[in-house]
Ligand binder design. Structure first.
Ligand SMILES: *Cc1c(COP(=O)(O)O)cnc(C)c1O
Length: 376
């Protein structure tokens, strides 16, 4: 151990992996402002504005819409530990890493997970989900990932939610990589519980997880027989802090400065307009797609299910054995981070993120130039 420690000064990088993505300088500046008390009236109004802005981003009127004071995974746990009681049957769709985590959470909450599996790189099969709903009329919820960051696949959330509703099931939707990046309609599609993350398409640092719950979902939480097994994530307690206007009761201390950052990122999204943000992600994705095509690089995912904000691309055969060195060169020589493949796709794909503040033409140009050099 050294005798003296110095302040930490990270080298600035361009973040084009699966998250965190580039953080807007405005967000960083907002986070550096003076810390105030978390029950200070000024902070309480900030909390109200964050809830309004999140309703705008999620396209919902849900009262219960707020950021959980922890990363996306905690948003997932909030949805599952509150909605799943011991013995509850939940249909869980797995077509990548994050669906697997949902199953793990359902089981830890004492639920019974009925798994609907699809190949990595494919969307969740609506037909298989329909068959599972028919075969399990006692299921209380359907859980799926809208944007699978591990593979770059978008599933048909609207169709899946319609099916769940027909069968009297609540829906739990992972929108961590979706929010701000591609169309999402919480009320329009009838989503009951949804979670996202600050560090993907919202351009804020990691650490916060926006969530939203429908009235129907809340009714299930309010009528639980068993207490929620997590004290920190129990909505019945957390809502004393986040719900209503003013008059908040202390539950935990919100990460005050992180909330400044999330607020600023949502103000930026609102200024741009959410539809414009979706269009920008699509436009910049087209630019990357064309440039990669010129380098002879193809996509893993078929066009209709392809996420613009997470580009899973096939590493050319002759480069696969040295792919880790290429990523290392991009990081050290070009200060550019792209993502590796996961699971069965490790060594076979790269994951290039175009999320939030990273979804800019200059990032695409930089990425294509750096890859051209590194692939030589
Ligand atoms: C990143 C991600 C998560 C987890 O979020 P953390 O902030 O890392 O906890 C969950 N689901 C998906 C689809 C993600 O991309």
């Amino acid at each position: 151990m050294p005798d003296k420690f110095k302040s930490f000064n990270p080298v600035e990088k361009t973040l084009m992996g699966p998250g965190p993505s580039d953080v807007s300088p405005r967000v960083l500046a907002a986070q550096g402002q003076a810390t105030i008390g978390h029950l200070d009236p000024q902070f309480v109004s900030l909390m109200d504005e964050i809830k309004d802005l999140l309703r705008y981003a999620f396209r919902t009127k849900n009262d219960v819409t707020f950021p959980v004071s922890a990363p996306g995974s905690a948003g997932m746990e909030t949805c599952i530990v509150n909605l799943v009681e011991p013995g509850d049957k939940v249909i869980v769709c797995i077509n990548g890493v994050f669906g697997g985590r949902m199953k793990e959470n359902v089981e830890r909450a004492g639920g019974i997970a009925v798994v609907v599996e699809d190949e990595w790189g494919e969307p969740v099969s609506v037909d298989k989900v329909e068959a599972a709903l028919k075969a399990n009329p006692d299921a209380v919820a359907l859980g799926f990932v809208h944007s699978e960051t591990s593979t770059g696949v978008r599933s048909d959330a609207e169709a899946l939610c319609a099916l769940a509703r027909e069968h009297g099931c609540l829906t739990i939707v992972d929108a961590v990589t979706t929010l701000g990046g591609i169309p999402l309609e919480v009320d329009g599609w009838g989503i009951d519980a949804i979670y996202s993350g600050s560090q993907k398409c919202l351009s804020a640092p990691p650490g916060l997880s926006p969530v939203s719950f429908s009235a129907k979902a809340l009714e299930k939480v309010r009528n639980r027989k068993a207490k929620v097994q997590s004290w920190f994530l129990d909505l019945n307690l957390v809502l004393g802090y986040w719900d209503g206007d003013g008059g908040r009761a202390y539950h935990h201390t919100a990460p005050v400065n992180a909330m400044y950052g999330l607020h600023e990122s949502l103000v930026i999204l609102h200024e741009e307009g959410i539809e414009k943000s979706w269009e920008r992600h699509q436009r910049v994705h087209q630019q990357l797609h064309q440039g990669l095509g010129e380098l002879g690089i193809e996509y893993l995912v078929d066009t209709p299910y392809r996420l613009p904000q997470l580009n899973s691309v096939l590493i050319p055969d002759h480069l696969q054995s040295g792919e880790a060195d290429i990523r290392k060169e991009l990081l050290t020589e070009h200060r550019l981070e792209i993502g590796a493949g996961l699971g069965a796709l490790a060594g076979k794909v790269w994951r290039i993120g175009l999320m939030g503040h990273s979804a800019r033409e200059e990032n695409v140009t930089k990425c294509l130039e750096a890859m051209k050099v590194a692939m030589r």
